[in-house]
Design a protein around this ligand. Structure first.
Ligand SMILES: [Zn+2]
Length: 939
């Protein structure tokens, strides 16, 4: 959320001119969306209810709590998060696992639809995409929220089981940045409680806390005045309100409740500077904060706040464009950089204008200096009128788009707004009001007003500079004094204003020679197939799911498979490199400029077996998207400077890649799976110099030289009548040589037989990471695709019980299976998890036993019906999604497979025996690759 002190808001707004001055001084309040029912019970509990029919027959149920790890005492560190886990381990009305069991029988999947998060100042629980087809389901979901609010069991046995899971969650989440945060937060949040309250807590507490400590926290903080319930969906608002009143009113607000304190972060006159190191950090990261006050919650409810948010977001987008431009230089000052205004990292009581950058190893000072200088340059000289005109155009276009979709908003987006309103008092005017207000105000806000805001965001005081470095021999670390000197030096510099180079040239100066539609046929699923005079095939599927969206994908057989193995280095990054230089007469920076205020994109890619494009646009920018498409074929631009910058930045990013243990892990997987096939390349820094830009572009142009075997698919608010002339104009004009191409089998396939590589590596946080891959032949059809998906979901459920819950051996096992059609029909199934190195073998054994038992007995029948419920629910939901239809059409025309017709009947018909047989045939091929990376085992 954008946050800023309010009295400054008016100083800025008053600059806007006569009408605005009057407007600001009247301080009109922001209206509240009339379509949400908001109420408060006598005990203090707040609720938000809204009827919405996207998706139909579904609703989301949330409970948000204004409490989090900041409220823990020193001996409770980690308990706010621990408590969140316990909400899924037994309540009064849903003992043991019943809550999860019940929800899964109605197709609400744990993880995907049933989840929660704990952060420093809030804890939020969700039950999403609930099929509200019976009254009993609504009652049960409200009862679950009720139990979370007030009726947790907190059984000692369940607490002890969960300690292992959370210990494993800590192991999985603890990387280099997390370790460094722990080290520097005491300085960054000096004299503030935020210094020691990362939600994961300490493992001493997690492993040893007495049961009562958790209950104490629960009873002290989970109470009506800190709780907000949100229900949005295909429900009756009056009925839900009555039920909430009945069910939640009896919950008593505890007498003498502790005050919910918000802990401050002190200001600092002198810069706070921290330098942290970690052996597993790959590149240096620089955070530069200018802290500022936040708008108090009770002052967010007026127009000035909306206006301020708009101005701050324009600042972010304009400054980010400048930083991006610097990144494109041949010798860029950083690998990447960006700015964002918001909370001061984890503290909501303090805001910050923050700049983040990844630096070259010897470039920490230069990066810091550059960030400081660009911020200072804006502070002193402001943004130019032309930069601001583009930012404003983009903003208004986004606003218009949101307005166009006003009747197509999903439950999730409303829920999110209401949770922010409850926790932070963020305004909820609703899109109709917001559109009306902002369209009136924004065109009248001049760049001078925005520049004034920048001056107030960036002050002399409250600077925090935190540098996170790789720890390694030979690395030179800046001292705090050196970093302090950088800040002083930039402040003393005499800077010059930024010059915005703009051209008034259009994207395309003249139209190409148009082609013609030579044939129109009926396609599948209500689509129309147009064949153009140059051979290009266009599949159009008009939908009314979204007002402002047209999606495009294109494919043509060939891909990198047609390149020579020895050129692997030249095509490994071909899609990225080919787009570096921009299009036509525009480099990539100017291309962004010429597209300001438009919603259109089209990017090209060369995959293994096909080349293609992917794009999207709003209906009114269809022509722009098709122009971009035309230029991707005919006018990819070369830009030596952008290429050099790309190589320089990637070399810097990869220079120290061995520091990250995941590099060794993924390299080992690559070798294990593909047995050193020349195309199975692990990119290293020293290889980048061997990339030949001319060769890459030659390969790219070769792939896009002939459009005659391309199929384009357009899905969304696209009307054949208006689209056809534009399609003829641009897609019909694409070059065609009618070469008849097929892809070829490159011979790169997953290794057969059994292969293991269990290697030991010293890690900063002891951990074992395991990947097991099973592969084999598998016929590519609808039923097998569904069976493979079910197998993944079912084994996930098995391992949730065995590896996570019973053994407490992991935070999560992730299982996924997929089939591929080309070059030959195959399946692959992978199992991935982290665990304690001392327990790796034990957990691998559980994984193998799970598969063995599945082969022998098939799935647990309750599990299978839960999986089916979820798949059928998702299928229904998908019927109104453009993305779903794009995928279905793509698979139909590229793979010759219909994944939609007969889906429900096939899901229903698949039996436990079918799956048992499927698993037996698949795993029975005995192709198994196991790779693990593990800290030394402690004896
Ligand atoms: Zn957790």
């Amino acid at each position: 959320m954008k946050v800023f002190k309010l009295k400054r808001t008016f100083a800025a707004v008053i600059l806007v001119g006569g009408a605005m001055t009057a407007f600001a001084q009247q301080m009109p309040p922001i209206p509240t969306d009339p379509n949400v029912r908001i109420g408060k019970l006598e005990n203090g509990l707040t609720y938000y209810i809204r009827h919405n029919e996207l998706p139909d027959n579904q609703a989301d149920f949330y409970i948000a709590q204004k409490v989090g790890s900041i409220l823990e005492e020193d001996n409770q560190r980690g308990l706010a998060h621990f408590l969140e886990h316990m909400c899924f381990n037994g309540t009064t009305h849903f003992p043991d696992n019943l809550l999860r069991e019940y929800l899964e029988t109605i197709g609400v999947k744990f993880g995907a639809n049933l989840n929660a998060y704990t952060s420093v100042d809030e804890t939020v629980y969700n039950i999403s995409n609930v099929p509200v087809i019976r009254d009993g389901i609504v009652d049960s979901c409200l009862l679950i929220l009720h139990d979370w609010a007030n009726d947790l069991t907190l059984a000692p046995k369940e607490i002890d089981k969960e300690r292992g899971v959370i210990h494993e969650e800590w192991r999985t989440r603890t990387g280099a940045m997390m370790r460094m945060y722990e080290k520097v937060f005491p300085a960054m949040y000096k004299d503030s409680k935020y210094a020691y309250r990362l939600p994961i807590g300490t493992m001493e507490v997690i492993d040893n806390f007495p049961y009562q400590a958790l209950r104490d926290y629960y009873e002290k903080w989970y109470r009506p005045d800190q709780q907000g319930i949100v229900v949005v969906g295909d429900i009756n608002v009056d009925s839900i309100e009555a039920k909430i009143k009945k069910m939640f009113s009896p919950i008593e607000m505890p007498a003498n409740a502790a005050e919910r304190t918000y802990f401050p972060v002190p200001d600092n006159d002198e810069p706070i500077i921290t330098v942290a190191k970690d052996k597993e950090q790959q590149v240096p990261i620089v955070y530069l904060f200018h802290k500022h006050d936040v708008v108090p919650n009770d002052q967010k409810n007026n127009m000035g706040y909306l206006v301020m948010n708009y101005m701050v977001s324009s600042i972010e987008s304009m400054l980010n464009s400048r930083l991006n431009e610097l990144t494109q230089q041949a010798n860029p000052p950083f690998i990447e950089a960006g700015v964002q205004d918001g909370d001061y990292l984890v503290a909501k009581t303090k805001g910050a204008f923050a700049a983040f950058a990844a630096a070259k190893e010897d470039g920490i000072i230069l990066t810091t200096e550059t960030l400081m200088r660009e911020i200072e340059r804006v502070r002193q000289f402001g943004f130019t009128a032309s930069e601001y005109a583009r930012a404003k155009a983009d903003y208004l276009r986004g606003l218009e788009s949101a307005y166009n979709e006003r009747n197509k908003q999903r439950n999730a987006s409303y829920v999110n707004e209401y949770v922010r309103h409850f926790i932070d008092n963020e305004p909820i005017p609703g899109i109709e009001n917001e559109y009306a207000i902002m369209n009136q105000i924004v065109p009248n806000i001049p760049v001078e007003a925005v520049n004034q805001v920048m001056k107030q965001l960036i002050t002399e005081k409250n600077i925090v500079l935190s540098v996170f470095c790789p720890e390694k021999d030979g690395m030179k670390y800046p001292t705090e004094a050196e970093l302090k000197a950088v800040i002083d030096k930039v402040k003393a510099e005499k800077l010059t204003a930024y010059v915005d180079k703009v051209s008034d040239e259009p994207l395309m100066k003249e139209k190409p020679q148009a082609g013609k539609v030579v044939k129109t046929e009926q396609g599948v699923f209500g689509s129309t197939i147009l064949t153009l005079s140059n051979g290009v095939r266009v599949i159009l599927k008009p939908t009314d799911f979204k007002a402002d969206e047209v999606r495009m994908q294109a494919f043509s057989p060939g891909g990198t498979s047609l390149f020579n193995d020895k050129d692997v280095l030249q095509f490994a990054l071909i899609s990225q490199i080919a787009s570096l230089g921009g299009l036509g007469n525009f480099n990539s920076v100017d291309l962004d400029k010429v597209l300001a205020g438009k919603m259109a994109s089209a990017s090209a890619m060369v995959n293994t077996y096909s080349e293609g494009l992917s794009g999207s646009c709003s209906p009114k920018d269809l022509e722009t998207m098709l122009q971009l498409t035309y230029l991707r074929f005919t006018a990819p631009r070369m830009d030596q400077e952008a290429f050099t910058s790309f190589i320089t930045r990637n070399k810097a990013a990869l220079a120290n890649q061995e520091a990250d243990p995941m590099t060794a892990f993924s390299d080992s997987i690559n070798v294990a799976l593909y047995n050193r096939h020349p195309r199975a390349l692990s990119m290293k820094a020293d290889m980048l110099d061997k990339i030949d830009y001319n060769k890459v572009m030659e390969l790219y142009k070769n792939r896009f030289a002939d459009a005659s075997d391309f199929t384009f698919i357009l899905v969304g608010n696209v009307d054949a009548k208006t689209a056809t002339p534009l399609i003829e104009q641009y897609l019909g004009a694409l070059p065609a040589t009618k070469r008849n191409e097929k892809f070829r089998d490159t011979g790169m396939a997953i290794r057969k037989g059994h292969f293991e590589n269990n290697f030991v590596k010293e890690l900063e946080t002891p951990k074992a990471t395991v990947l097991m891959v099973y592969s084999g032949d598998c016929k590519y059809d609808l039923k097998n695709n569904l069976q493979m998906s079910m197998l993944g979901q079912l084994l996930n459920m098995v391992y949730l019980r065995t590896v996570r819950e019973d053994a407490g051996g992991t935070y999560g096992v992730s299982c996924n299976g997929s089939l591929s059609k080309y070059p030959t029909e195959k399946g692959a199934f992978q199992v991935y998890f982290d665990t304690d190195p001392n327990r790796r073998e034990e957990m691998v054994k559980l994984i193998n036993e799970g598969i063995q038992e599945f082969i022998e007995k098939g799935p647990v029948s309750e599990d299978l019906s839960k999986v089916k419920e979820y798949m059928l629910k998702t299928y229904k939901q998908n019927q109104k999604e453009n993305g779903y239809w794009m995928n279905i059409l793509n698979r139909y025309y590229w793979e010759n497979l219909d994944m939609n017709t007969g889906y429900e009947a096939t899901v229903n018909a698949i039996s436990g025996d079918d799956l048992k047989a499927f698993a037996k045939t698949f795993f029975g091929q005995k192709n198994e690759v196991e790779v693990s990376m593990s800290s030394p085992v402690q004896k």
